[in-house]
Design a protein around this ligand. Structure first.
Ligand SMILES: Cc1cc2nc3c(=O)[nH]c(=O)nc-3n(C[C@H](O)[C@H](O)[C@H](O)COP(=O)(O)OP(=O)(O)OC[C@H]3O[C@@H](n4cnc5c(N)ncnc54)[C@H](O)[C@@H]3O)c2cc1C
Length: 489
């Protein structure tokens, strides 16, 4: 089959899935206003890869069927493949201004890294590698849109997932000849309401202990969103419910990819969709042994680059509109945004040039360069919001609804909301966009997303520092002091 069109994707998610929001069951996520904007954007991303001028840039020939399949599914064999893949990521992330965190390339890359290292899912105890390899091929050939749910809910974070007193986190409660039964919740899956399937896997920051009870939490699998017993509990929509015009919240109306808690109400997971079952060792090492995090970092660093460039361009446009770009401190802040985009791009390119051999004949981008983006970009995104707030100041907030241009007061609106270099119409739509990027609840959710979507930065950066080989650093400083002491002491 190969790549799907937007219409095929939308048809696929009209499947009676059980999504709950604001106290009611959502009838159809493709038409409900809280989810339809994200679904429409997803459909546009599908259509983009079908465009004749894009097909070579965004797809490649399937190694098994010869169909055109998404380039983010490629198992890269060279630095050139990584660069080719990154250029495809960039097309989708530019289209979404870097604000649609879960465009499907994020998960496609994860599945391709699992597929290349499928033997990481085999052990003396279980042999699920063949399921992982088969699912990777299935997802690639059918252009399946997946999301993931890795983290157990926040109940008592001072205890390991398997040592909780309250029985809330998803766990295995039985099995039979068809599969195993899972009950309880996983905390969060972005995009779940409008995805085809959910990949449920371990989170590296929450390893299991080797206690017998921990085995009931040691699972990994994939399941369609409309599986009986699967309930999605969505957070409220980020758009002001009485907005006069969709143009008042332009980013939120296009790029809210939604977030859901995933409730498994005695859900049967078929054995053929099982990747990990009661195997603590495979569970605790799955992410590390597949290099999946480094591969997904290659995708999200590219999304960060698109986001950095978008915030830079937006800040420049706002500053020009009222001539505040004539002031020294504004010029300094624009320079900061220009630098951020440059260093993110440099890190991505370095990661490709300095790639290293990975499992199954693949290459893995240099981890250190991408980790730098992972840890340093989130505060830079918050800083970009602050810079846009500084440039737009009170005007960022004091713009009326776009709808006012079409009201009885429109002559006054056209006169009093113009700026030095743009008319009222342009000023209102530009400042509403800047407000949505830097100030609204959509922006707040983006800031939280950047801080946490790739796990807890506190534990991951401490883990990273701990894994850094420090002996050469200490030896170097000691040798320097020895030399100077011999010379001066
Ligand atoms: C917008 C958004 C989208 C997301 N999308 C997804 C998704 O699609 N799929 C998915 O699987 N996950 C997703 N996540 C969840 C993400 O993986 C978690 O938010 C992240 O792992 C942090 O966990 P937590 O939120 O439970 O915070 P907690 O673990 O509860 O941490 C709260 C605070 O306590 C501290 N803390 C907690 N435990 C410890 C400890 N043992 N030692 C030291 N400090 C500790 C943390 O540093 C933090 O400051 C998303 C998160 C956000 C915000």
């Amino acid at each position: 089959m190969g790549i799907r069109t937007g219409a095929q994707y939308l048809d696929g998610i009209r499947d009676d899935r059980e999504v709950w929001c604001d106290g009611e069951r959502v009838k159809d996520v493709t038409t409900d206003v809280r989810f339809a904007g994200g679904a429409k954007t997803m459909a546009e991303l599908c259509d983009l890869q079908n465009q004749p001028d894009m097909i070579d840039k965004m797809t490649y020939e399937s190694p098994t069927t010869g169909d055109r399949v998404g380039l983010s599914f490629i198992q890269p064999k060279s630095a050139e493949d990584l660069t080719h893949r990154r250029k495809m990521f960039k097309i989708w992330s530019d289209y979404t201004c870097g604000m649609f965190g879960r465009s499907p390339d994020f998960m496609n890359v994860m599945l391709s890294s699992y597929g290349a290292a499928s033997d990481a899912f085999d052990s003396e105890q279980s042999q699920f590698g063949k399921n992982v390899a088969a699912y990777y091929e299935y997802a690639r050939e059918n252009d399946v849109v997946t999301t993931h749910a890795l983290v157990s809910p926040q109940v008592d974070r001072s205890r390991a997932p398997d040592a909780q007193v309250k029985d809330i986190a998803a766990r295995i409660v039985g099995d039979n000849d068809k599969g195993f039964i899972i009950n309880g919740v996983r905390m969060l899956a972005t995009l779940a309401a409008i995805a085809d399937e959910i990949v449920v896997m371990p989170a590296p920051s929450y390893p299991l202990t080797d206690a017998e009870e921990a085995k009931t939490h040691a699972f990994g699998f994939v399941i369609p969103v409309n599986t009986p017993g699967l309930k999605l509990i969505a957070r409220p929509w980020v758009v002001h419910q009485n907005a006069g015009s969709p143009m008042d919240y332009p980013l939120a109306n296009h790029f809210d990819d939604s977030d859901c808690m995933i409730l498994f109400d005695n859900v049967l997971v078929p054995w053929e969709k099982t990747f990990i079952y009661r195997d603590i060792d495979v569970y605790n090492n799955a992410q590390k042994n597949t290099h999946t995090h480094t591969h997904t970092s290659h995708q999200f660093a590219t999304k960060d680059l698109a986001k950095a460039e978008f915030m830079r361009d937006l800040a420049i446009t706002v500053a020009r509109s009222t001539n505040v770009d004539q002031f020294l401190h504004i010029q300094n802040q624009l320079a900061e945004l220009i630098h951020v985009a440059e260093w993110v791009e440099s890190c991505i390119r370095t990661s490709e040039i300095d790639c290293f051999p990975g499992p199954g004949g693949t290459v893995v981008p240099r981890r250190e360069s991408l980790q730098t983006v992972k840890f340093m970009f989130p505060p830079q995104f918050r800083r970009a919001c602050e810079i846009i707030q500084t440039i737009g100041a009170g005007g960022l907030f004091m713009v009326p609804s776009f709808k006012m241009l079409d009201s009885d007061l429109s002559p006054e609106i056209e006169k009093y909301f113009q700026a030095a270099n743009i008319d009222s119409h342009e000023r209102i739509r530009l400042f509403r966009l800047a407000c949505d990027a830097a100030l609204t609840s959509f922006s707040g959710r983006q800031q939280l997303y950047e801080r946490y979507f790739a796990g807890d930065p506190v534990r991951s950066s401490a883990g990273y520092a701990n894994s850094f080989d420090k002996e050469p650093s200490i030896a170097r400083i000691t040798a320097l002091l020895d030399r100077w002491e011999a010379e001066l002491g």
